[in-house]
Design a protein around this ligand. Structure first.
Ligand code: PLP
Length: 415
């Protein structure tokens, strides 16, 4: 019966049994490294399952062994997180980067080709270009404006179209909000194989998930998150997550066990608390962002606003927007008239909005991508992706919308 409740209704209780914790209504922090077995036979049975030495009996669950393998905070968190994306399972990591690098390591092997959308998060970009070549994995990029035929041609030109292991995309792209069509990526993946294996599609859904976009429902194989952002939502933790079907998640979790990059019990506990308010925070943030974007769009010191909620209904992008997202999100970028000087003056004049990178948190944040988050990207490529000297990125929080707007207005007036 519980299955019919919406995720936001289940975030306070799902997967937790108070009777196992002295009746405590909230899940305690299980700050422990190891777990005591009742008998040697029980320990043996737990290990047999954990190491895949035999199949699960009916209703048998993996017993608690050691906190690198499993821990109540981790398991309850993963059970709850999976509900948002209707995933079979999820795995939570100590950072978004460790979730992403674990997926790339598990689903790519020497000789494979990775196709990815550019721009991608700076840390991901670094891992793709500075680490993957060391294990013999080649990567090739495409851009939001490339057509399906053009992307197929890019893959073909590598001479490794028969070794396409993974299509990795980030949509909408940071910081310009340009969209990639997930269904198109599924078609490209279906057109290819990786030797005898399947080509998988992985979506970094940090910008829009898990509330505003559900890539697994659109047919992606894996979804990754920086849970530091909307999921954590309070700028007080670093974490990451991966979601997908049972078969793929078993692979991800097995590698996690041996890399040892699972989230700690304390951070998992903080995330359980964050999940209780995830929906209400994100709804408010998106409503606020639409108001701020509307204001920016009419201001005469602003050249152009990049926000999904401003896509014209007659533009070809509108159909994709409606198909892939159920709200415009909380990330806005805009070109201020002028260059770095004007952008910096704006940033330095903000009072309520704080000058910091990261995003998706309760407080509104602003930054300058060209000299901050995207400073390591080669200038020509950066220009091509629209990260210019006059571009400012804002992440809208849960403050009063009129207060945010009045802060933006006074900072624009100061320019
Ligand atoms: C922040 C971020 C990451 C990296 O996550 P960490 O939690 O900082 O390791 C990956 N992808 C996107 C889109 C991000 O915004």
């Amino acid at each position: 019966m519980k299955k019919n409740f919406k995720p936001e209704s289940l975030m306070m209780s799902h997967g937790y049994k108070p009777e196992l914790s002295e009746g405590s209504i909230k899940c305690p922090i299980f700050q422990t490294s190891t777990f005591v077995f009742k008998t040697a036979e029980e320990g043996k049975a737990f290990f047999e399952l954990a190491y895949g030495l035999r199949q699960k009996e009916q209703d048998e669950e993996l017993g608690l062994i050691y906190s690198r393998i499993n821990n109540p905070n981790l398991e309850i968190l993963e059970n709850r997180l999976s509900l948002w994306d209707k995933a079979d399972d999820s795995a939570v990591f100590e950072s978004g980067m460790s979730a992403i690098s674990t997926v790339l390591l598990e689903f790519l092997k020497p000789g494979d080709l990775l196709l990815y959308s550019s721009p991608t998060y700076g840390g991901t970009d670094h891992f793709i270009h500075d680490f993957l070549p060391k294990i013999g994995v080649d990567a090739v990029a495409f851009h939001a404006e490339d057509s399906e035929e053009e992307i197929e041609a890019i893959v073909k030109a590598t001479g490794k179209a028969d070794r396409l292991g993974l299509i990795y995309i980030e949509t909408p792209a940071n910081p310009t909000n340009s969209m990639i069509d997930i269904e198109m990526c599924n078609r490209i993946a279906a057109n290819h194989k990786n030797g005898e294996g399947k080509t998988y599609v992985c979506v970094d859904n940090t910008y829009m998930g898990p509330v505003w976009s559900k890539p697994l429902e659109i047919g992606a194989d894996l979804v990754v998150y920086s849970a530091t952002k909307f999921i954590g939502g309070h700028s007080d933790l670093i974490a990451g997550a991966v979601m997908g079907n049972a078969e793929l998640m078993l692979r991800v979790k097995t590698l996690r066990t041996f890399l040892g990059n699972m989230v700690s019990p304390h951070t998992a506990w903080l995330m359980l608390r964050s999940l209780e308010t995830l929906k209400i925070r994100m709804e408010k943030q998106s409503r606020n962002a639409q108001k701020v974007a509307n204001f920016l769009n009419t201001h005469d010191k602003v050249e152009k606003v990049h926000y999904l909620g401003l896509i014209d209904e007659n533009s070809p992008n509108y159909e994709l927007y409606k198909r892939q997202y159920n709200a415009p999100g909380a990330m806005i970028s805009f070109n201020i008239k002028g260059g770095e000087k004007e952008a910096f003056k704006f940033l330095n004049s903000l009072n309520l909005i704080q000058l910091a990178v990261s995003l998706g948190s309760t407080e509104s944040l602003a930054q300058h991508p060209q000299t901050m988050t995207h400073c390591a990207i080669e200038p020509k490529a950066r220009e091509r992706m629209g990260v210019t000297a006059n571009l400012v990125r804002v992440s809208i929080g849960v403050e009063d919308a009129d207060d945010i707007i009045s802060d933006v207005e006074q900072a624009l007036n100061a320019v």
